[in-house]
Design a protein around this ligand. Structure first.
Ligand SMILES: C[S@@+](CC[C@H](N)C(=O)[O-])C[C@H]1O[C@@H](n2cnc3c(N)ncnc32)[C@H](O)[C@@H]1O
Length: 335
């Protein structure tokens, strides 16, 4: 039986968890009945909702370790009672339902980038507006913007061959496509729909005149194949390789092997950039408990270890975007 369908009775929960949860659901119901829901979330309502959630993570966790343990009765109960209220937000519902088999599909990512709340009712739109401003989602937008800046900077340094691994619809490249022209752009993603969307976006911004069509390589496949078929990524064939939104799913061993493979593909003087959420990000408990979306988190030292010992590392540093939710490993190969 699905644990969601049989939450424990109230009396079996520590009182503070049960009351924290009922405070949250009562507040959401009160909001829905109020006029406030017809306008975008005010900062006081957003702050209050954040605080109500923090109460739940504190009450449902252990001292020093807030959050609801995976598959715990508290988490099941949270999902049964609070879940359906949050999933009225279109973006949160997509994360929860995972219609393409995983949470961060390109359509969900595009919703984050568009940042336009949708919904049929005021409450649906309110929740979507609130969700789109969550720190982890802002971090994704910040990451895109940082990458766009790096693309411009690397182009100015002479980079002409770029590869985006687990590209989605490549919004950071689309954003700069009118400003800079790379000779060769390789997008690798397991989802053909994401690659089709990227092509549509490049065409829409006028970045793909017919004569330059061959400059774009759309490579539908898994990074697993990249590791197995050694010929697919020629050594030193790229000036800039980056991957954002993939390493959060890779185990240590896989991440190491893939990093070595990508590093070999970077030409002398080139750049490798890898993004990863960290475990301290304030959205973590919500993502795990409300959305059943678990990531493999990395701190700066974990990211730096990925390039430790690789040949020709001239410089490796970690940058953190403004919300503090995620890091970017930035490694330069000796020229
Ligand atoms: C969170 S999205 C990030 C997309 C894009 N980099 C962005 O930041 O908008 C993750 C992407 O990784 C792709 N992906 C997941 N696992 C993959 C794998 N094993 N090989 C290739 N692509 C993968 C998914 O199809 C999806 O487009």
């Amino acid at each position: 039986m699905n644990p969601l369908s049989r939450p424990l009775p109230v009396s079996e929960f520590p009182r503070s968890f049960a009351s924290a949860l009922s405070n949250l659901t009562a507040w959401l119901d009160e909001l829905e009945d109020s006029n406030r829901v017809t306008a975008p979330p005010t900062s006081s309502d957003s702050t209050l909702l954040d605080a109500l959630l923090i109460d739940i993570w504190l009450a449902g966790g252990t001292p020093g370790a807030p959050g609801l343990a995976r598959a715990s009765p508290e988490q099941s109960r949270f999902r049964a009672e609070a879940g359906p209220r949050f999933w009225r937000s279109a973006v949160l519902r997509r994360c929860w339902e995972k219609p393409r088999g995983y949470a961060g599909d390109f359509l969900m990512m595009e919703a984050l980038y568009r940042r336009t709340p949708t919904g049929d009712t005021p409450m649906e739109r309110w929740l979507d507006a609130w969700a789109l401003e969550l720190p982890g989602f802002q971090a994704v937008r910040n990451r895109r913007d940082l990458l766009s800046g790096m693309l411009l900077a690397e182009h100015a340094r002479g980079a002409r061959r770029v590869m985006n691994v687990a590209s989605g619809s490549a919004p950071e490249l689309v954003a700069v496509a009118r400003e800079v022209s790379f000779e060769r752009v390789t997008l690798l993603d397991q989802d053909q729909g994401a690659l089709d969307a990227a092509l549509t976006h490049f065409t829409r911004v006028g970045a793909l005149p017919a004569t330059r069509h061959d400059a774009l390589r759309l490579w539908c496949g898994s990074v697993l194949e990249l590791l197995r078929k050694r010929s697919e990524l020629s050594p030193a064939s790229q000036d800039f390789i980056y991957s954002i939104g993939l390493y959060d799913y890779l185990t240590e061993r896989f991440a190491h092997n893939l990093t070595a493979k990508l590093w070999a593909g970077v030409a002398p003087g080139g750049l490798l950039v890898l993004g990863n959420f960290n475990a301290h990000n304030p959205m973590r408990h919500f993502t795990e408990s409300a959305l059943d979306w678990y990531l493999i988190y990395r701190d700066p030292e974990d990211l730096l270890r990925l390039v430790e010992g690789l040949p020709g590392v001239a410089e490796a540093q970690v940058r953190t975007e403004d919300t503090g939710c995620l890091h970017l490993l930035v490694a330069r190969k000796a020229g």
